[in-house]
Design a protein around this ligand. Structure first.
Ligand SMILES: C[S@@+](CC[C@H](N)C(=O)[O-])C[C@H]1O[C@@H](n2cnc3c(N)ncnc32)[C@H](O)[C@@H]1O
Length: 253
């Protein structure tokens, strides 16, 4: 599916902005991923970008997991139907966490005490929490094929940065000052992923996305840190009204 057509169908729905969606789309197409996993789909915007990339490749599958008790309007099912991409995606909702879904997948993939990996790519855009996502990393690792990729969103996100008292069931008042003010995904990167013998090719993009590849060799490459301010990012800051009025379709670079 054409990415501009997709954008026109999902415009205004949170959370993935067009620029990031395009990057996600290009990444999946470029790497030719076949079996993708997404932890945290919300309304399904990022799911649509991944599914559109699979459509572009002509093959592939996405499994998307979120929480059961969070109702979203529009729902992921609505967006997938609207964009005609539903055939690429299986949607799962778990009562407590995607970590329970991962437990079930590890069980299903276990034979003779060995877990057979099945995913080429996992996009983790969920809790942003040390305990939940630190554990999710190790669970995903068991299910990720050699040479597969992990992409974490919210690299620099902190509990203190938002004007809420509860985030995804975590009460901010239960957290210590350092837990409130430290970006948990950055900790997961520096203390778990970077130190893991089987991960390398790290890129931190706009202090927001963290890419890491599962490799058989320990990391020898420097960490790439990319800062890019795009036309659309500026427009997002200046105001989408201007964008809607004066720009007919999103610029593609
Ligand atoms: C920022 S939203 C995801 C946005 C989506 N990937 C996109 O860009 O369109 C984060 C989602 O993670 C989900 N979530 C948070 N913690 C979770 C957990 N432990 N298990 C499953 N889903 C979780 C939330 O319900 C929420 O829908």
């Amino acid at each position: 599916m054409d990415i501009v057509e997709l954008y026109n169908e999902i415009e205004g729905v949170p959370y993935t902005p067009f620029d990031s969606g395009k990057q996600l789309f290009n990444f999946v197409v470029e790497k030719k991923f076949k079996n993708c996993l997404e932890l945290g789909f919300a309304h399904g915007v990022s799911s649509c970008y991944i599914a559109a990339a699979l459509d572009e490749l002509g093959d592939g599958h996405l499994t998307s997991v979120d929480l059961q008790n969070v109702e979203r309007h529009p729902s992921i099912e609505t967006l997938l139907d609207k964009t005609n991409l539903a055939r690429y995606v299986d949607v799962y909702r778990e009562k407590t966490s995607y970590n329970w879904f991962l437990k079930k997948m590890i069980e299903a993939q276990t034979n003779n005490n060995m877990c057979e990996p099945l995913y080429d790519f996992c996009f983790i855009d969920g809790a942003k929490n040390w305990t939940i996502d630190g554990f999710a990393f190790f669970l995903v690792d068991k299910l990720l094929k050699p040479d597969g990729w992990i992409l974490f969103d919210d690299y620099d996100w902190t509990y203190a940065s938002i004007n809420e008292t509860v985030t995804d069931g975590v009460n901010h008042r239960d957290l210590g000052d350092d837990e409130l003010n430290t970006p948990h995904i950055e900790l997961i990167f520096k203390l778990l992923i970077l130190q893991h013998p089987n991960y390398s090719n790290f890129t931190i993009y706009n202090n927001n996305w963290l890419f890491a590849q599962k490799t058989t060799q320990p990391n020898t490459q420097p960490i790439q840190v990319v800062h890019k301010t795009s036309f659309l990012n500026i427009l997002n800051t200046v105001g989408r009204k201007f964008y809607k009025t004066y720009v007919k379709s999103p610029p593609i670079h």
